[in-house]
Design a protein. Structure first.
Length: 379
């Protein structure tokens, strides 16, 4: 082999291998320190593209889990309030049963019972108006919310929760419950009319666009229909007050536009009939408590049905949450197999490259020293 000074081929070869091994050792250090097999697109272009797509799905599913949990919170908030509503209705029913005990209660006692019923109805209204989640009313009959429970914008990734019945006293049909009144009578011409807003009967009065229920226990002897009178559509405020439960006595100037429907077998009074000179006189009846039971039972059924529906939705949302968590777990594991480094394998690679770098450094020094022997020829 010739001895040359300008070109040290052995040193160049040692340097090249040293550079390759040093670069490999640096990459191993990067992977071991970051924990990722792919730190840049150059490490694995295809793997990086797949991983980024998985990360999008994983991120969306994690947000969907939180959305689903919000849905559970909404349902629990509404159902918890309805549990109180049910308790109130049960108490109203107990009071109605008590008020139906006409043989052992005075009018004053019934009035005391009605006072509690009135307060309970007010509490139903308060609960319906104040039960909210993040500012959205839940029990006023207007709630309808969609929950995004998937990572994609498709219809199957949404669950709708609707509470379409107002849970107020009026919405549940118990606003007219009055355990102190139970009958109504009328007479044609000067006289009196006893009006009672009973809780649950087949008889109705339609007034001002609203329908009120009455328990018409009988008609006064000689009662009859009268011909319609023109422009007799006004009803004095006394009737409006009476239908809302305020004991009053006042003149009814006209009965036009009001429809009274009696139960089977009773004579009905034409809705456009004109009754002049009548007075409204609220007097306690004897069957208000009994009449209230059917209405309260219907309200309890409405609330119970709504609660059952909310319970079913909650179970669905909880199952959705469980499924989403499984999907997140599986996608995360799949992504990990693509981007995460095998520490044991990479440490083995690092140790190999480290030894090669050390050996290459030593050999480069030896190659540089080999040219020194030429000096002996020049002595």
């Amino acid at each position: 082999m010739g001895m040359r000074i300008n070109t040290n081929t052995a040193a160049m070869n040692a340097y090249r291998n040293l550079s390759v091994n040093d670069s490999a050792m640096s990459k191993s250090l990067e992977k071991l320190s970051s924990g990722f097999r792919i730190n840049r697109a150059a490490d694995d272009a295809a793997g990086l593209a797949i991983s980024e797509g998985m990360k999008s799905q994983i991120g969306g599913l994690k947000v969907a889990v939180r959305n689903t949990q919000d849905g559970v919170s909404v349902v629990q908030t509404a159902e918890g309030a309805l549990a109180t509503t049910t308790s109130i209705l049960q108490r109203m029913r107990d009071l109605s049963v008590q008020a139906a005990n006409t043989g052992g209660l005075s009018s004053d006692a019934k009035g005391n019972i009605q006072s509690e019923v009135t307060q309970l109805k007010a509490e139903l209204d308060r609960i319906a108006n104040t039960t909210k989640f993040n500012g959205k009313a839940l029990l006023d009959g207007s709630y309808s919310g969609q929950f995004q429970v998937g990572a994609n914008a498709t219809a199957s990734d949404k669950i709708t929760v609707t509470i379409g019945t107002a849970m107020s006293a009026a919405g549940l049909g118990v606003n007219g419950v009055d355990v102190t009144t139970g009958g109504a009578s009328y007479s044609d011409g000067p006289g009196t009319v006893d009006l009672a807003a009973s809780a649950a009967t087949a008889s109705t009065i339609t007034y001002g666009g609203n329908t009120y229920t009455l328990d018409l226990t009988g008609w006064s002897t000689g009662g009859k229909s009268t011909d319609a009178a023109k422009n007799q559509s006004l009803i004095q405020s006394q009737l409006d007050k009476q239908l809302n439960g305020s004991p009053i006595s006042g003149k009814i100037d006209s009965f036009g536009g009001v429809t009274i429907a009696g139960p089977t077998g009773m004579t009905t009074v034409g809705g456009t009939g004109y009754f002049g000179g009548l007075t409204a006189d609220a007097t306690p009846g004897s069957d208000g408590g009994t009449a209230a039971l059917a209405t309260i039972d219907a309200a309890i059924k409405t609330v119970s049905t709504t609660r059952a529906n909310l319970g079913a939705i909650q179970n669905r949302l909880e199952q959705t949450t469980a499924n989403l968590n499984i999907a997140v777990e599986n996608l995360t594991a799949s992504n990990s197999r693509i981007v995460d480094v095998d520490m044991a394998s990479e440490m083995t690679e690092f140790s190999k490259n480290q030894i090669l770098v050390q050996a290459g450094t030593s050999m480069l020094a030896q190659a540089n020293q080999s040219a020194q022997s030429v000096l002996k020829l020049l002595q």
